[in-house]
Every structure is written in C-alpha cells, then in structure tokens.
Write a protein that binds this ligand. Structure first.
Ligand SMILES: Cc1cc2nc3c(=O)[nH]c(=O)nc-3n(C[C@H](O)[C@H](O)[C@H](O)COP(=O)(O)OP(=O)(O)OC[C@H]3O[C@@H](n4cnc5c(N)ncnc54)[C@H](O)[C@@H]3O)c2cc1C
Length: 313
C-alpha cells in the first residue's frame, strides 16, 4: 500500500461538525487536513433559511452559512481539500485512509464527520419542492408552518416525535402511514393517536406533492382501495429515516444496528484510540447544526489531548 503523506489530524467531512473540528484543530496547531466529500458544506447546502443557529439574529441561507464555516476554517489554517474518503485501514497506527480510490494518507488521529443523509420517497415533486415546503426535519423547519396545515409521512419513532412536535405549531398534521400499523413504540403511538390535531391515514402512499414554486397541497392514495384524494397543505415532512455515512468504517468501529458510530458518552471517542466521531454520523437523536458543531469542537479537543498524551504533538 503506497502512502504518500502523513498528517497529525485528518478530518473527514465538511458539514458543521467537520469545519468546527478544523477550526479548533487548526488553532491547536494540529495542522488538520480536511476532505470535503461529495457535498462540500454538508446537508445545510440543500436548505434555504436557517433560523435556529445562534449568532444570526436575522437568520441565514444554509449555503451562505456553510461558506462562512469554510472561510473561518481556512483562515485558521486548515488544509481543505476536495476529495472523498473511499476506504479505511485502521488495523495499525498510524491509521490509513484512502482518498478518491488512489492515494493513502497516514494519520495520527482521525475525526470522522461524514454526517447522515435523510431518506426520501423518491418522487419528482419532492425533489423539486425541497426547501420550498418539503423538509426532512420538523425541528429545523416546523416553525415556518406555524398556524398552518402540514402533512408528514413515516411510521417510526422519529416520525411520531416529529408529528407531535408539529402538532404544537400547526393547526392540523396529516400523517400518512403506509401500512395498517405504526412501527413506533407503543407509548409514542398512543401519544400520536390521542393528539386531536394529528389525523392519521392508514394504508396511505404519497402520490404527488402539489405546488408550482412552493408546496400548496398533496395528492395521496389508499394503497388498498386505490382511491386518490387531495388536500391543501403548506408543508410536507418526510420522516422515513436517515442513513449515517459510515459504510467505509464498518468492521473497524463499533456501530449500532443502523450504522451510527458509537462514541463513549460525553466524549467523541470511538472504540479505537485516536479515532473520534462528531456530528450526525454519531447522533441519531438531535441532528442539528449546533449539536454537530458542538461535537466537532469536542472531537478536536479530544484529538489534541490524545496526541499530546502520546507525544505525537
Ligand atoms: C433540508 C435540511 C434542512 C435542515 N435545516 C436545519 C436547520 O434549519 N437548523 C439546523 O440546526 N439543522 C438543520 N438541518 C440538520 C443539519 O443540516 C445537520 O444536523 C448538520 O448538517 C449535520 O452536520 P454534520 O457536520 O454532522 O454533517 P453533514 O452536514 O451531513 O455533512 C457531512 C459531510 O461529510 C462529507 N462526507 C460524507 N462522506 C464522506 C466521505 N466518504 N469522505 C469525505 N467526506 C464525506 C459530505 O460531503 C459532507 O460535507 C437540516 C437538514 C436538512 C437535510
């Protein structure tokens, strides 16, 4: 295996977690090298207004915010590169990570901030209206639909939680469930079914999200009878799960059944010393930019302490 570079701190991913880790690692003089992956800036580059990130009293467009993150990391001295981590070999130290299926980089510490991707239904209107009434995050975007009618699709615990969250803001939440039962835990199901402004539709598929420039309604279909109906809504939430981008680390790092990297509670440490995880790739609960940034900071501080203790920095 030909390696052509050795770094103290390798950061994989360029969302809020990766860039925050890069800011802290640069300021600690770890000379971090960060690979951006195929989505420089991460998930926030596919959204419009971000109103809940502290420090922006008037809100900010997601892509603009991520340009600010990148600029700040670059100003601190982070070496930011376009490239994808394609393979990992964590069998011996220094750890090895392959970039773009060619070069291998050796790293004394690795910070994994590869995020997670929301699962989508895969219909054309969902893509076209994404950020214009279609969202995969009720906590992020529910506020924009205060006092309005929305629909949500999903049947697990997250969908139930998001429907309940929306029910406190919106007049009616139409909840589409594919089968005649929910997957959510009993207690969550009961809470949903007891909430007067959540209307559950069983055996229901989304046919089309309606609207030209923004969501104005939805057409749905009873998958038993084939009957189609339309209702007027302002927001459409997809809550059918997330996929953590952790594939290449399988076999090396401890993960839960969905592929989220396990960290030691209260730290960013994984089961391998010198390898840290931050942001959505290790967080299936909060999944916010601020929590991702917070854990990115933790990962850089943990890496700095690890390298110092090992005499590698
Ligand atoms: C539509 C939408 C709207 C949202 N709105 C808000 C909001 O208003 N407020 C809020 O707080 N949160 C919001 N969120 C959630 C927020 O975007 C995420 O919690 C946050 O971006 C997670 O940050 P992260 O750094 O963990 O990862 P991500 O932002 O997911 O970034 C992951 C990064 O890793 C890179 N990567 C992945 N695999 C590899 C690889 N193999 N090699 C190299 N790089 C790799 C990607 O290119 C990307 O740069 C929203 C999410 C979505 C989808």
């Amino acid at each position: 295996m030909a390696t052509n570079e050795r770094v103290q701190c390798l950061i994989i991913g360029s969302g809020p977690a990766g860039y925050t880790a890069a800011i802290y690692a640069s300021r600690a003089n770890l000379k971090p090298v960060l690979y951006q992956g195929i989505q420089p800036g991460g998930q926030l580059t596919i959204t419009t207004e971000v109103e809940n990130y502290p420090g922006y009293p008037d809100g900010i467009q997601g892509p603009d915010m991520m340009i600010n993150f990148e600029k700040q990391a670059a100003r601190m001295g982070a070496d930011i590169r376009f490239g994808l981590a394609t393979k990992a070999d964590f069998s011996t130290q220094p750890y090895k990570v392959q970039i773009d299926e060619e070069n291998w980089i050796e790293a004394d510490s690795v910070i994994i901030s590869t995020g997670a991707s929301a699962k989508w239904l895969g219909i054309e209107s969902e893509q076209r209206l994404n950020g214009y009434g279609v969202s995969a995050c009720a906590v992020c975007d529910g506020f924009f639909f205060k006092g309005k009618e929305v629909a949500i699709v999903g049947a697990g615990d997250t969908a139930a939680e998001e429907a309940l969250y929306l029910s406190k803001l919106c007049t009616t939440v139409h909840m589409f469930i594919r089968r005649d039962a929910m997957r959510a835990s009993k207690v969550m199901q009961e809470r949903v079914l007891k909430t007067s402004n959540i209307k559950v539709y069983w055996n229901t598929d989304t046919d089309e999200i309606l609207g030209d420039k923004k969501v104005s309604g939805v057409r749905f279909k009873n998958n038993k009878t084939g009957e189609k109906k339309e209702i007027a809504i302002s927001g459409f939430f997809v809550a059918i799960g997330h996929r953590p981008n952790s594939e290449i680390f399988k076999g090396w790092l401890d993960m839960d059944e969905a592929g989220y990297i396990k960290t030691i509670p209260g730290t960013s440490k994984t089961n391998l010393e010198g390898i840290f995880a931050s942001g959505d790739v290790q967080d299936k609960v909060y999944r916010q930019a601020i929590t991702a940034a917070g854990t990115g900071c933790m990962a850089a501080l943990d890496a700095e302490r690890y390298l110092s203790a090992k005499g590698l920095h």
